[in-house]
Write a protein that binds this ligand. Structure first.
Ligand SMILES: [Zn+2]
Length: 421
């Protein structure tokens, strides 16, 4: 009986980021059939923890499962000893703290992590529905100190919020794209939906059905002494909500609606209210701009338009395809996103096409401000973007800034050459 291993080791935590781990989806590593359908992500589904310990956080004592140097609170919220020791963490992280600056999340992926597509698919899903942008850490030097590393492991887990340093999202083979969305949701600051302080108005926690030692998974963030806020009303469709049978010991529901009914947890997509919450946490900051070349024509992404071969400076009017979202990265770098959701990207042969799915090195550009309110745009290859006279697809192959390599940026109809600074 694991509870018998309980000890009362006390760790005084002055600041910390909670690490949420989550037991996974239908195809996860979780042991019992009940848990497989229960939509509860776990860092350690095998539950072979060393012992249960008390940790003290914000003057509250919390139960934690100790796995080596990791301390998992609420079954899926974890401190690492390393982070406790080196004071990497921000104060007040969680849903009201620990935000990613400029709405940019830097990340990398361990090379031995299988099925990396679930990460790019999850990122594309989130980027299309929120104001967040995800950038490969190695694409810009100096590299950001704060970043997520996706790595393989025995479960699905993430910290809640930005730690300010390296933070892991751990993914077992069974963690689906939906699980990755859920874990990234934690990393950008979302708590589990059942952790809301107002949850008792909407759900009933059936303590009698919860497995021994797992009751702490059903505390609110406030009961855990954590910061948080409700950004939208209670949402049974939230990708962050545990299922009705999470941590059940007897096949009966642990969470029901107030009328006793069970519900089906969503692990596929950000719900409408998930999107509202993330937009309140990360309001729009990436401006929408147009580019005009010296031929007085506007750059069109030609995204999704067949037979155009790519972006050209050939439009006399500004419509959707002539607008770009300018993603301001660190070190005065930018990425330029068309309204079909693809990034301008330098391709082999130095063509510039609007086909980038993610921001990697070839989607990063430097704006060089030059005289006459003009800007030159330098690509990762160190060369300048050229309008090529407007008649052919733009290229990134010029070593000097000449007539066709100067552009004006317009923001809300006004010249805005310095607004990225
Ligand atoms: Zn979770």
């Amino acid at each position: 009986m694991k509870l018998l291993k309980f000890t009362s080791l006390k760790l005084i935590i002055f600041s910390g980021v909670l690490f949420v781990s989550c037991n996974t989806e239908k195809d996860s590593l979780i042991e019992t059939p009940d848990e497989i359908k229960n939509q509860v992500e776990l860092a350690h589904p095998e539950e072979n923890y060393d012992e249960i310990v008390d940790i003290v956080f914000n003057n509250q004592t919390l139960k934690a499962e100790k796995y080596g140097d990791e301390y998992i609170v609420e079954g899926d919220i974890v401190f690492t000893k390393e982070q406790l020791n080196n004071n990497l963490l921000n104060k007040g992280t969680g849903r009201t703290g620990g935000r990613w600056t400029k709405n940019i999340v830097y990340y990398n992926i361990k090379s031995d992590l299988p099925n990396k597509n679930r990460i790019s698919n999850a990122i594309a899903h989130i980027e299309a529905r929120t104001n967040l942008a995800f950038v490969k850490r190695e694409s810009i030097t100096p590299m950001s100190n704060a970043y997520i590393t996706f790595r393989k492991g025995s479960g699905c887990s993430s910290f809640v919020g930005r730690t300010g340093g390296k933070q892991y999202i751990t993914l077992a083979n069974g963690c689906s794209t939906g699980s990755v969305i859920h874990e990234i949701g934690h990393a950008v600051g979302l708590w589990h939906e059942q952790s809301r302080v107002d949850r008792n108005e909407h759900i009933t926690i059936n303590n009698a059905n919860i497995r021994d030692g797992k009751q702490h998974n059903f505390q609110t963030y406030a009961e855990r002494g954590r910061d948080g806020k409700e950004y939208s009303s209670f949402d049974f469709s939230s990708i962050m909500l545990y299922s009705s049978y999470a941590f059940s010991k007897n096949g009966k529901p642990t969470i029901t609606k107030k009328n006793g009914a069970t519900y089906t947890a969503n692990r596929s997509y950000l719900s409408a209210k998930d999107k509202i919450s993330l937009k309140k946490m990360y309001p729009q900051i990436h401006d929408v701009v147009t580019f005009k070349a010296d031929n007085n024509k506007f750059l069109s992404s030609n995204e999704g338009v067949p037979n155009t071969n790519g972006p050209k400076f050939d439009r006399t009017r500004v419509g959707t395809l002539e607008h770009f979202r300018i993603i301001k990265l660190h070190n005065n770098k930018v990425a330029l996103k068309g309204f079909g959701g693809k990034y301008l990207s330098v391709r082999p042969g130095n063509k510039v096409l609007c086909i980038g799915n993610n921001i990697d090195a070839w989607e990063v550009f430097t704006l060089e401000f030059i005289g006459s309110n003009k800007v030159a745009i330098r690509g990762h290859n160190g060369k300048y973007l050229s309008s090529n006279g407007g008649s052919s697809v733009i290229t990134c192959d010029r070593t000097n800034i000449g007539y066709w390599e100067k552009f004006s940026i317009s923001y809300k109809g006004r010249n805005a050459v310095n607004f990225t600074k």
